[in-house]
Write a protein that binds this ligand. Structure first.
Ligand code: MLT
Length: 321
């Protein structure tokens, strides 16, 4: 017993010593989706502010594929030294059930640092889609069924989750077209290669405002300032339909607590940074309240989301493997 506490005390001392000098070299944040997509954008804006507070460069590395599980697997195997982090979203919780064979244990593989933002989503369609409002969007989806193509960013993405909930709500199976991420998805939507989708406002608002794609409804409980003419999905007839894409920052499990704490403090500072707040507003999302940018709050939130989505996905029978 005495030896154990000594070892723990020793590890803590090492951790504290490490934390004092940390970071002494650039930090990498793995984003499990391609560059140019909503999660990549959120990561780059957050990294910029955090790097100023930590006095060290933060590099965003995109490791896309398999609905975000490829990059997540990579981050889970990284050294627990604070120099490799993961920025991921609600997909970390849904993938845990969607994939029956994951190369990591979601509940154990990461040391949560803090929540970052909770991004709204927008139901969208190609610019020449006949529907001109959400009621017509829903009616055409119901009538069209599997002739209607619904773009998603892979099984485990937020757009796939939205597609799953939408099809359940209208009780109609549409044809899902998977992409590696929101970036390539939006290019094809603008190019009229796919009919409809549901994407984070971060990526959907600019092309909707520019009328390069159509917007139909938002998945928040209140309308978005940036898209005031779009009803909420609930207002538009899908009673109770609401979905936010919460994003969190993680380190590999075993990363010394003082380092995780230092990163959480830097994240909290970044979320109060007027420059970040302005950038987040310009990409139609909001920084999470700083008191939620803590390891405890993210740990609790991730656990409750894993408990929430597990049964829903099992009931849907929609597994990735
Ligand atoms: C992305 O950044 O590509 C998205 O977060 C993908 C998604 O979850 O829809």
């Amino acid at each position: 017993m005495r030896r154990l506490t000594l070892a723990a005390a020793f590890a803590l001392a090492i951790g504290s010593a490490q934390a004092q000098d940390y970071p002494t070299r650039p930090i990498t944040v793995i984003v499990p989706f391609p560059a140019g997509g909503p999660t990549d954008t959120i990561a780059r804006v957050t990294a910029q502010s955090m790097s100023q507070l930590l006095g060290q460069q933060i590099i965003v590395e995109n490791v896309a594929g398999a609905g975000g599980t490829l990059g997540t697997g990579r981050a889970s195997r990284a050294a627990a030294d604070g120099y490799t982090l993961l920025l991921h979203h609600i997909g970390l919780a849904t993938a845990d059930t969607l994939y029956r064979k994951l190369p990591y244990a979601t509940r154990k593989a990461f040391a949560p640092i803090g929540l970052v933002t909770d991004a709204p989503m927008v139901f969208i369609g190609r610019s020449d889609l006949p529907a001109n409002n959400f009621a017509e969007f829903v009616a055409d989806a119901k009538n069209g069924g599997d002739k209607v193509t619904f773009a998603n960013a892979g099984v485990g993405s937020s757009s796939q989750l939205c597609a799953m909930l939408f099809m359940a709500a209208i009780q109609t199976k549409l044809t899902q077209v998977p992409y590696k991420g929101g970036g390539p998805l939006m290019n094809d939507m603008i190019g009229r290669q796919v009919d409809v989708g549901c994407e984070q406002a971060t990526a959907a608002t600019p092309p909707v405002q520019a009328k390069r794609i159509k917007g139909f409804a938002v998945t928040t409980t209140a309308r978005l300032q940036s898209l005031p003419d779009l009803p909420t999905a609930d207002e538009g007839g899908l009673k109770g339909f609401a979905l936010g894409v919460w994003h969190g920052l993680y380190a590999p499990a075993g990363t010394p607590a003082p380092i995780v704490q230092k990163l959480s403090s830097a994240l909290q500072g970044a979320l109060k940074d007027p420059e970040l707040i302005k950038r987040f507003e310009s990409i139609n999302t909001e920084p999470i309240a700083p008191n939620l940018a803590t390891p405890e709050a993210l740990q609790k939130h991730l656990a409750s989301e894993l408990d929430r989505w597990g049964p829903i996905i099992k009931a849907s029978g929609q597994f990735a493997d």
